[in-house]
Design a protein around this ligand. Structure first.
Ligand code: NI
Length: 136
């Protein structure tokens, strides 16, 4: 089995806030991510597919095509957007890196399957020091 990863980038705004909690508890739990008037992150998304090399190309999947799919189904919908307000697949959910990663998987997995390749991992870097991985 061979693994291929494509890295893409987007910027987005969000706020982490539990409406059932006091302002104090929100700020204590979510820190700067609880800022009332939003804030942004420079996200990096690593999408890994797996498969066997095709005899006619030596590819397991075309990396350029993988980029087009990620951009069309993810980046075009969330880049320069507010994750809490603008993004249909994040509606009603905490806009944590964890939830965002799982929802990106849910968006991409059927598309990649239809193109004949298996999604292995979605890794989302929220900051250079914080990232989430999801394997389905
Ligand atoms: Ni944040």
């Amino acid at each position: 089995m061979v693994y291929l990863t494509r890295v893409e980038h987007f910027n987005a705004a969000h706020k982490l806030w539990n409406p059932d909690w006091s302002e104090e508890k929100n700020k204590e739990t979510f820190g700067k991510c609880a800022n009332e008037n939003w804030h942004g992150h420079n996200y990096e998304i690593h999408v890994t597919v797996k498969g066997e090399m095709q005899p006619d190309t030596g590819f397991i999947f075309n990396a350029k095509r993988l980029s087009v799919i990620i951009n069309e189904h993810i980046c075009d919908k969330i880049d320069h957007k507010n994750l809490n307000i603008d993004v249909e697949f994040m509606k009603g959910q905490f806009t944590t890196a964890e939830n965002l990663t799982v929802n990106i998987w849910k968006q991409l997995q059927p598309v990649l399957k239809a193109e004949g390749v298996d999604l292995h991992c979605v890794k989302l870097m929220e900051t250079p020091r914080i990232f989430v991985e999801y394997y389905g």
